[in-house]
Design a protein around this ligand. Structure first.
Ligand code: ATP
Length: 324
């Protein structure tokens, strides 16, 4: 048996990591990541910048080769799929079409090179609202039209699995809403939808489940509500015509509260029943008592605070130049 030593420990550790991951030089972009996305569900893929989301999604469709581990799509590796577009449709880069081609010709080329029926071109143009611009060159498309075309391409083979990397990036509110509704519809048809986004409020409205990564590692694989509520501190908003009396009661009891600009009081760390009891026991009139739900953004920030690749810093104050 070889003698134990730090060098050996390190190489063993690296060997174990490479079992499931992707390394770029010295940095591990994906580190022993393991999860499953289910049919009929929208699974959101979250992580700070540089967490390894795009690398993971590229590995799913064979665009990058993991150093170890594998991705199975309906039980098969991407390379084993005879007609991959019929199993998985991906939009990993919105502008993947030749700018000189029309939307129609782009879709037709993809359909023909993948032995998909021509009729699918018309169908996906219709489903993504691109009928009216099918004859226009892709190079002149707006961001939103480009995203729609990316999704249309992903839908060509009527795949059971859809991978969308930042599909709402840069879209106007109408475009964001359209993607949300489409994605929900696709999951409703029984497809597996896996999508990444940095827009937390949108993700909260769209996804059923979440896979959260930080520095390439799995941080959470859970349902949306469980993720938001885990470790969240209860908050209750109170509206009262006797604010001064109520806050002095809270102060006396050591309860944390914040007086809000809209005249309400936000009580932190105490549930609504307790706040109601305190008010009623002292005869304080309450006009509104509302539980403030935690947000996905707060839960995400709590979980990933230490995992962000880049942390925002204030720029240094410019120093006054002294004359000599
Ligand atoms: N082709 C590459 N060559 C070298 N390093 C890379 C390459 N692609 C990604 N990386 C590095 O791998 C890590 C993960 O990058 P990746 O793009 O997968 O993250 P991400 O979660 O998609 O980030 P973002 O939210 O900013 O898009 C980063 O540190 C990145 O710099």
């Amino acid at each position: 048996m070889p003698a134990p030593g730090r060098a050996r420990d390190r190489s063993e550790e690296e060997g174990r990591r490479a079992e499931r991951g992707k390394r770029y030089g010295a940095s591990l972009a994906v580190d022993r990541l393991s999860f499953r996305a289910e049919p009929g569900r929208v699974t959101g893929f979250l992580g700070p910048n540089g967490a390894g989301k795009s690398t993971t999604m590229r590995a799913m469709v064979g665009l990058c080769r993991p150093d170890g581990g594998r991705v199975l799509l309906n039980g098969r590796r991407y390379g084993e799929l005879r007609e991959p577009l019929r199993t998985v449709g991906a939009m990993l880069e919105a502008r993947a079409a030749h700018p000189g081609r029309t939307a129609y010709h782009h879709l037709l080329c993809v359909a023909e090179s993948n032995r998909l029926p021509r009729r699918r071109v018309g169908e996906v143009l219709g489903r993504t609202g691109l009928d009216g611009v099918a004859g226009r060159r892709v190079g002149g498309f707006s961001l939103g039209m480009g995203q729609r075309l990316g999704i249309a391409t992903a839908l060509l083979g009527e795949p059971e699995i859809l991978l969308l990397d930042e599909p709402v990036n840069g879209l106007d509110p109408g475009g964001v809403r359209w993607i949300r509704m489409l994605v929900r519809e696709l999951a409703g048809e029984g497809r597996t939808v896996f999508l990444s986004s940095h827009l937390m409020s949108e993700m909260a409205r769209t996804a059923d489940r979440l896979v959260v990564v930080g520095r390439g590692r799995l941080l959470a694989d859970t349902d949306m509500d469980g993720f938001i509520e885990a470790d969240s501190v209860p908050k209750v908003r109170v509206r009262t015509p006797e604010r001064a009396r109520l806050v002095s009661l809270f102060s006396g009891k050591g309860i944390d509260f914040h007086e809000q600009a809209d005249g309400t009081v936000l009580v932190v760390g105490v549930d609504a029943a307790s706040v109601g009891r305190i008010a009623s026991a002292h005869g304080v009139t309450v006009h509104e008592l509302a539980v403030e739900r935690g947000s996905l953004e707060e839960a995400f920030m709590r979980l990933t605070a230490l995992d962000a690749e880049f942390t925002a810093e204030f720029p240094a104050e410019p120093r006054a130049e002294g004359g000599s």
